[in-house]
Write a protein that binds this ligand. Structure first.
Ligand SMILES: Nc1ncnc2c1ncn2[C@@H]1O[C@H](COP(=O)(O)OP(=O)(O)OP(=O)(O)O)[C@@H](O)[C@H]1O
Ligand SMILES: [Mg+2]
Length: 351
C-alpha cells in the first residue's frame, strides 16, 4: 500500500525558466520513512509544499492514500489532506503550554486521552505545563513532532528538523524521532541536506539535484551503488576512476589494475565505464596488488582517512582510503591494498 504517490509532477515558479521540481515520480509505502536529500535550492522544500498543498503543480498527479489530491481536475486544500508538518523552526505556539500545543486542533472526544498518549510517545511527561521558551531545542522538537502526530495524519512532513540542534543532540534526536515515527505507525518524509541524517534515519532516500530525482534507494544501495557521479560525490566520499569491463564481466581493468566490479549495470566485456570506489573498499593487505605511498592521513577515531599515491601506468593517481583506526601509518609509508567488491559501482557519468 502506498501512502503517497507522485506521477510526473512538475512545478515552475512564476518568473522562473527552469522548474523547481522537474517530472518527479515516486511511490512511498505506508509506514516508511523517506528522506529527500540534496543541495540547497534543489527543490526539496518545494516538493514538501506540493505534497502538503501549499503550492500547486502545473503538471502531474499527487495521490495520498490512493486518492488524487492534485491533478489537472482535482484539488484538495491543505487542511483536508490529513498531513502533519514539522517546520524547521518548530513553529510552536509560544503562548500555549506543551499540553495545549500538542492538543491544538484535535477535535476527537478522546482529546485528553489522546494528548496523554502523544506526550508519553514523545517522552514529555512532567513537561505538560511548560511553555516553549522553557524547553531545550530537543524538547521543543519533540513537542512539534507530537503536535504533528496527534491528529493521526496519513503523512508527516519534516523540513530540516535537525538543523537547529547541535551535533550530539542531533545524533540522539535522529534515533529518537525515527523510533517515535515507527511506534506511531506513521509515514514520514524528511527533508535534509545532510547525508548522515539521511543514511541514519531512512528506509528510502531520494537524491535530488537541480529539481531532478537522481536516484531512489535504500541507504545501503545509495551509498554502495550510487547510480551517477552526482550521487557518488554528494553521499559520502568517493574515488571516481575510468575503466573497461574485463574478460570476466564482474571485473574491470583500471589504472589500479584489475578490480572486482559486481555492480556493472549489465555492461559487457570491453565497454569503457566510469567507476566509483568508496574509500571503504580499499583494505590494507601485504599481498594486495595495489602498491602506493601514504601522502597524508587524518585520524578521525572511526578510521584513518589516508590519501595514497599509486603509480598507475606511469601516471600517478591519488586515491582516498579508509584504514582501520588500529593501524598506525606515517606519511611516506609504502603500503599494499586490495579492493573489496562491496563499495565498487559503475556509474553513469552524465549527471
Ligand atoms: N516562492 C518562490 N518563488 C520563486 N522561486 C522559488 C520560491 N521558492 C523556491 N524557489 C526557487 O525554487 C528552487 C527550489 O527551492 P526549494 O526551496 O525547494 O529548495 P530546497 O531544496 O528546499 O533548498 P534549501 O536546502 O536551501 O532549503 C530554488 O531555485 C528557489 O530559488
Ligand atoms: Mg528548503
Amino acid at each position: 500500500m502506498n501512502a503517497i504517490e507522485l506521477k510526473n509532477v512538475t512545478k515552475t515558479y512564476p518568473g522562473s525558466t527552469t522548474p523547481a521540481v522537474n517530472d518527479f515520480s515516486l511511490e512511498l509505502e505506508k509506514g516508511s520513512i523517506t528522506t529527500l536529500l540534496g543541495p540547497s535550492g534543489c527543490g526539496k522544500s518545494t516538493t514538501l509544499r506540493l505534497i502538503a498543498g501549499f503550492e500547486k503543480a502545473e503538471e502531474g498527479t499527487i495521490l495520498l492514500d490512493n486518492k488524487v489530491v492534485s491533478d489537472k481536475y482535482n484539488w484538495v486544500p491543505p487542511e483536508k489532506r490529513g498531513i502533519g508538518m514539522v517546520f524547521q523552526d518548530y513553529a510552536l505556539f509560544p503562548h500555549l503550554n506543551v499540553y495545549k500545543n500538542i492538543g491544538f486542533g484535535y477535535k476527537g472526544s478522546d482529546k485528553d486521552q489522546r494528548i496523554k498518549k502523544i506526550i508519553d510517545l514523545v517522552n514529555l511527561e512532567g513537561f505538560e505545563n511548560r511553555y516553549p521558551s522553557e524547553l531545550s531545542g530537543g524538547q521543543q522538537q519533540r513537542v512539534a513532532l507530537g503536535r504533528a502526530l496527534t491528529n493521526r495524519p496519513v503523512l508527516v512532513l519534516l523540513d530540516e528538523p535537525f538543523s537547529n540542534l547541535d551535533a550530539d543532540l542531533r545524533v540522539h534526536m535522529r534515533m529518537e524521532v525515527q523510533q517515535i515515527i515507527k511506534e506511531a505507525g506513521a509515514t514520514a518524509i524528511f527533508v535534509s541536506h545532510d547525508q548522515k541524517d539521511a543514511l541514519a534515519i531512512s528506509d528510502k532516500i531520494v537524491v535530488i539535484n537541480n529539481g531532478k530525482i537522481q536516484q531512489v534507494g535504500s541507504p545501503r544501495v545509495i551509498y554502495q551503488f550510487p547510480s551517477n557521479d552526482f550521487v557518488a560525490r554528494f553521499v559520502g566520499q568517493t574515488n571516481i576512476i575510468q575503466g573497461v569491463i574485463g574478460e570476466d564481466e564482474y571485473t574491470a581493468e583500471t589504472p589500479l589494475g584489475m578490480i572486482p566490479c559486481y555492480h556493472n549495470h549489465g555492461h559487457k566485456t570491453g565497454t569503457p565505464v566510469t567507476i566509483s570506489i568508496r574509500p571503504d573498499s580499499f583494505e590494507l593487505d601485504p599481498n594486495g596488488s595495489i602498491e602506493g605511498t601514504i601522502v597524508s592521513s587524518i585520524y578521525t577515531g572511526e578510521s584513518i582517512d589516508a590519501k595514497v599515491k599509486v603509480e598507475a601506468e606511469n601516471k600517478p593517481i591519488t586515491i582516498l582510503t579508509h584504514i582501520h583506526p588500529e593501524k598506525v601509518v606515517t606519511n611516506g609509508d609504502k603500503v599494499n591494498f586490495k579492493v573489496l567488491p562491496n563499495f565498487v559501482a559503475v556509474i553513469k557519468s552524465d549527471s
